[in-house]
Design a protein around this ligand. Structure first.
Ligand code: MIC
Ligand code: SF4
Length: 643
């Protein structure tokens, strides 16, 4: 039977279940990555599992998120992760070496392999034909220990690309266009697979921009074939030996088809506060801007930076605009220094930042009040920039640089002819910021360096047959993990300390929530559709767990967050009739009975004793997930199964 590329890789890695869409499958994971904001928890969890050495082909720990060291916390976390990496057989990418996804693509990714990462943008690896999936820290810890990673066998959407991007129109405009078509929930339960004549017109960095932002569609992952462009990229990285050509079989059948003609695309922007609120630059018009930020794992490759340098060359950033540039990796920054691009960017007045996530995760560069900020990033959720009323627009590097000079949102096609930007035949390779782990026979002597801010995994309990608790919070549709567990420079240093970070849970929606939940002891959250979209941060489940949340009842969930709730032993319940959402008010007392018998496939009745009403919810779980929930979460489940 003719297979799609994603199906081929799934088939090569399936260790549990069968390739039947909608059923749960377990995959063998070849590579893992962690970053520092999710990494400390992942290593605390790995330690709790009691495994000495990772059992993957390659596991890498990156430091890229929490690089602003305004207290001891982040530096302690970096030291902790470095020592765990050394002890357990993990490569360690030091702070300054770059953003995990950019560096992983450059130095470690292998076409046809599986990768899971404790970061939702792990699908960036799909740019070189990897099956790369974002997951919670605990799932990554289990995979590091050699355990399978479980997903619902996804539908496969074929995006057929034809034509070629016109001058000054970018890969970013393609993925923004797809977001406009599919929305932030259009990809849930799906893999997006790119095919067609247009594919070969896109370089690996361009493909990686597209697979990176596939995360915003809610997709399980996105993937491009591995072809001569992949070979050229790997060769330029001195890694051609890992290349294998990969593509879908002729006649492969997909679940959905979308066609995009690259030649017809134009510069686009995602308007506040959602990546799918996409309009063309023309439609938005000449809007005055306050800030421009160029970088992030979506758009910080050397190619992106060369374009920015070309646009800024000989110009000055507009006096009313602050321009920040963060190249994606030490390799990118180093090569920009070598080829003169960096000095052009500096001369124009850009504020050059270290190679890290930086402003993308609110680590500095928050815009002014009501400030309009153009960013080449992937998320513009409310408050994520660190300024509550900041107005964030997501654009291509071309739009960003041209607008930084103009002082208003402008179409880069106004710049006239575009020179051909070519990827260098060789990248400058210097892996001196990647520390190798200790040899396995010396590993037991490596001491784990734990700072005082590094806590423990919160206590979990086995599921009880009845949950009687009040609704401590009712929220609407498309709640992001940035609402549930905000990030930013002030809160991120608390990622290793669940009691402390829990004080900020839902701060964007309701600052009183943590206090209220704690005083209730146990409670239930009610939400709308696509609840938990965005980041993979398991803190969005661990903080509610610590605050006593026993169940979350919503219209629908985002994939990674639902899994994180299950992993934390919190019941993910969905309304059978969405209209019942309207019958509940915050503060209502709810009683859920018969759980032990009915979770898995049955309908469960929830009584609202405040209003004297009742409604049905469902909790579809595979047998394995049911066992996880019954024993109080994945950590307990893994411990039990290791015995
Ligand atoms: C993000 O972009 O939201 C993050 C920060 O990279 C997260 C991970 C985290 O919260 O640490 C993600 O995308 O998973
Ligand atoms: Fe870092 Fe932003 Fe990418 Fe998340 S989206 S990994 S914060 S650069």
């Amino acid at each position: 039977m003719a297979l799609t590329l994603a199906e081929k890789i799934l088939k090569n890695h399936i260790v549990d279940g069968e390739l039947v869409k909608g059923t749960e499958i377990g995959l063998k994971i070849d590579q893992t990555l962690t970053q520092d904001a999710t990494g400390t928890m992942a290593y605390i969890e790995f330690e709790a599992m009691g495994i000495d050495q990772v059992r993957t082909e390659r596991s890498v720990a990156y430091i890229d998120h929490n690089t602003l060291q305004s207290g001891f916390e982040n530096a302690d976390d970096h030291r902790f992760i470095a020592s765990c990496a050394k002890k357990h057989g993990i490569y360690y990418s030091r702070p300054g070496n770059g953003i995990c996804h950019q560096v992983h693509l450059e130095r470690f990714g292998v076409p046809g392999k599986t990768l899971i990462g404790s970061d939702s943008h792990t699908p960036t690896g799909g740019g070189i034909g990897m099956l790369a999936i974002g997951a919670g820290g605990l799932d990554v810890a289990v995979a590091m220990g050699g355990g399978a990673y479980y997903i619902t066998c996804p539908k496969i959407v074929n995006v057929e690309l034809t034509g070629k991007l016109q001058p000054w129109v970018a890969a970013k405009d393609m993925i923004l266009t797809l977001l406009k078509i599919m929305s932030v929930k259009g990809g849930v339960g799906k893999i997006i697979e790119y095919t067609g004549e247009g594919v070969k017109t896109l370089s690996v960095p361009e493909r990686a921009t597209i697979t990176n932002m596939g995360a915003e569609l809610g997709a399980t992952t996105s993937i491009f074939p591995s072809d001569e462009n992949t070979l050229a990229f790997l060769k330029a990285q001195g890694r051609e030996e890992v290349y294998t050509p990969l593509a879908a079989d002729e006649g492969a059948v997909y679940d959905e088809y979308i066609r995009i003609n690259l030649s017809e695309l134009e510069p686009m922007a995602a308007c506040p506060h959602s990546p799918d609120n996409v309009k063309s630059i023309k439609e938005i018009g000449q809007m005055k801007i306050d800030q421009v930020c160029i970088g992030s794992c979506t758009n910080s490759s050397l190619m992106d930076m060369l374009k920015v340098a070309y646009i800024l060359d000989g110009k000055t950033v507009h006096p009313d605009v602050s321009l920040a540039v963060s190249p994606g990796s030490k390799q990118v920054l180093g090569m920009m220094a070598e080829n003169g691009a960096l000095s052009k960017i500096i001369a124009a007045g850009a504020r050059v930042l270290e190679s890290a996530c930086g402003p993308c995760i609110g680590m500095g560069q928050s815009p002014n009040s009501k400030g309009i900020s153009l960013r080449t990033f992937n998320r513009n959720f409310e408050g994520r920039s660190g300024t509550k009323d900041g107005q964030i627009y997501l654009v291509s590097p071309e739009v960003a640089a041209a607008s930084a000079v103009a002082g208003y949102l402008c179409d880069p096609r106004e710049l006239g002819n575009m020179p051909e930007f070519v990827m260098p035949e060789t990248f400058t390779v210097n892996d001196n910021m990647i520390t190798l782990p200790a040899p396995a026979d010396c590993a037991k002597d490596v001491e784990i360096l734990r700072g005082p801010n590094i806590g423990e995994y919160p206590r979990t309990e086995p599921l009880t047959d009845t949950i009687a608790a009040d609704c401590s919070l009712k929220v609407g549709d498309n709640i992001t993990t940035d609402h549930i567990m905000p990030a930013g420079a002030k809160i991120l240093p608390l990622r290793s300390n669940i009691p402390a970070i829990s004080k900020h849970c839902f701060a964007v929606c309701d600052e009183k929530f943590p206090e209220r939940a704690l005083s209730l002891g146990r409670s239930i959250i009610v939400g709308g559709t696509n609840y938990g979209q965005g980041s993979s941060r398991e803190h969005a489940a661990l903080a509610p767990l610590y605050l006593g949340v026993k169940a979350v009842i919503v219209k629908s969930f985002a994939r990674i967050h639902r899994q994180n709730l299950i992993n934390a032993g919190i019941l993910p319940l969905e309304f059978v009739n969405e209209a019942d959402y309207e019958t509940i008010e915050q503060g209502d007392s709810l009683v859920i009975e018969g759980l032990l018998e009915n979770i898995g496939d049955g309908e469960i009745t929830v009584k609202n004793t405040t209003r004297g009403t009742s409604f049905a919810v469902k909790c579809e779980l595979s047998a394995r997930m049911k066992d996880i929930i019954l024993c109080g979460g994945l950590l307990e489940y893994t411990r039990n199964n290791l015995k």
